[in-house]
Design a binder for this molecule. Structure first.
Ligand code: 3HC
Length: 301
C-alpha cells in the first residue's frame, strides 16, 4: 500500500552513488546501511581527515562483525568495504545522485554545507537532511534548487529501528519525494511522510516522554523512582537509557527547539544541559553494560 501522500513511484530517480556529510554517530550508521542495502559507492566527508577516518574505520569494524556473525560472506564484506570511501573534498560528491547530511543541529551550518555541496552536484541530485528538529525548508533556503531537498530522519540504532520520517517542504518536487520513498524502501525501512513541523512526529512524542521524565527528576523525584514508575508501561528502553542512546546533548537540543516552538507545551531542561556537560547519567561496568544511575549524576540534579 502506498503511504499517505506518496507520489507515483515511477517518478523516483535511481540512486547509484551516495554522499554522506558527517561521519558521527548517526551518519556512520546510515552510511553502513546505504552501502549494505543499495550496494552502491558511498563517499563520506567531515570537517577533517581524522573524523572521516574514524567513521570509515567504524564502518569497517561493523562489516567485520556482520562477517563474524555469518550475516554476510567474506566476498561481500570485501565488496562493501571497497564501496566505502572517505574524503575531505566535496568535489568528490560530483557524481552522487543522493547526498545526505547529519552534521550538528545548527541551521546556519546545515545551510552552508548544502550550499557548498550544491556547487559540485547536478541540479537533480537529492539533498536529504537527517535533522531531528530544524525546519527542512529553512535548511534548503539558501540553495539554487531547494526543490530537491527532503527530510530523511533516521532513528538510533539505525540498523534496527524500522522507521524513517520523510519530510516534504512546500518546494519539494514529487520526483524528489518519490526518490526518498523508494530509497527508504530499498533500505528496507518503513517510511512515513510528515509535515515540516518542529520534531516532525516521533521527536514530539519522545520529547514529551523524555522531557516529562527529566522534569520529574528536576522536581525532586529520583532517577530510580522515575525508571521504576514508568517500567509497567513497557517502553522498549528505560527513559534515561534512551536519552543516553540519543545523546544527552542532542536530547537537550531537541527539548530546547520544542520549547522554542511550543513554549506552553515543552520545558527547557537546565538539568539536562548540566548532565550533558557532565557526560552521562548511567553508571556502566567495564564492558559498557548499564549498572544503574550514577550517584554523581543524581547529585548534579
Ligand atoms: N546496532 C545494531 N544492531 C543492534 C543494536 C545496535 N546499536 N542494538 C541492538 N541491535 C540488534 C541486536 O543485534 C539484535 O539483532 P538480532 O535479533 O538480529 O540478533 C536486535 O537488535 C535486538 O537486540 P536485543 O535483543 O539486544 O535488544 P532489545 O530487544 O532490547 O532491542 C532496541 C534493542 C531495538 C534498541 C530496543 O531497545 C528499542 O527499540 N529501543 C528504543 C530505541 C528508540 O526509541 N530509538 C529512537 C531514538 S530517537 C532518535 O534516534 C531520533 C533522534 O532524532 C533523536
Amino acid at each position: 500500500k502506498r503511504p499517505a501522500g506518496a507520489p507515483d513511484k515511477a517518478l523516483a530517480q535511481k540512486v547509484t552513488k551516495v554522499g554522506v556529510i558527517g561521519a558521527g554517530l548517526m551518519a556512520r550508521q546510515f552510511a553502513l546501511l546505504f552501502v549494505r542495502r543499495l550496494q552502491v559507492p558511498v563517499v563520506i566527508t567531515d570537517l577533517d581527515q581524522s573524523r572521516v577516518d574514524d567513521g570509515v574505520a567504524w564502518i569497517h569494524r561493523e562489516i567485520d562483525e556482520l562477517l563474524g556473525k555469518g550475516r554476510i560472506s567474506r566476498d561481500e564484506s570485501n565488496r562493501l568495504k571497497a564501496l566505502v570511501t572517505g574524503t575531505t573534498d566535496k568535489a568528490d560528491f560530483a557524481s552522487c545522485d543522493w547526498v545526505i547530511e547529519a552534521i550538528f543541529e545548527e541551521l546556519e551550518a546545515k545551510q552552508s554545507v548544502f550550499a557548498d555541496v550544491e556547487k559540485f552536484i547536478s541540479p537533480e541530485t537529492i539533498l536529504a537532511t537527517n535533522t531531528s528538529s530544524l525546519s527542512v525548508e529553512q535548511i534548503g533556503a539558501k540553495l539554487e534548487h531547494p526543490e530537491r531537498v527532503v527530510g530523511f530522519h533516521f532513528f538510533n540504532p539505525v540498523a534496527v529501528m524500522p522507521l524513517i520520517e520523510v519530510v516534504r517542504t512546500p518546494h519539494t518536487t514529487d520526483a524528489a519525494l518519490a526518490t526518498a520513498m523508494e530509497t527508504a524502501k530499498n533500505l528496507r525501512k518503513n517510511a512515513v511522510i510528515t509535515r515540516d513541523t518542529p520534531g516532525f512526529v516521533v521527536n514530539r512524542v519522545l520529547a514529551k516522554v523524555l522531557g516529562e521524565a527529566m522534569h520529574a527528576v528536576e522536581q525532586g523525584t529520583s532517577f530510580d523512582t522515575v525508571v521504576e514508575a514508568v517500567r509497567p508501561f513497557g517502553l522498549p528502553m528505560d527513559p534515561f537509557v534512551l536519552l543516553e542512546l540519543v545523546g544527552l546533548k542532542v536530547g537537550a537540543h531537541v527539548l530546547d527547539t520544542h520549547h522554542a516552538a511550543f513554549p506552553d507545551r515543552f520545558f527547557e531542561s537546565k538539568a539536562l544541559h548540566e548532565l550533558a556537560e557532565f557526560g552521562h547519567i548511567l553508571e556502566k561496568d567495564g564492558k559498557g553494560k548499564v549498572k544503574g544511575i550514577d550517584p554523581k549524576a543524581q547529585a548534579i540534579v
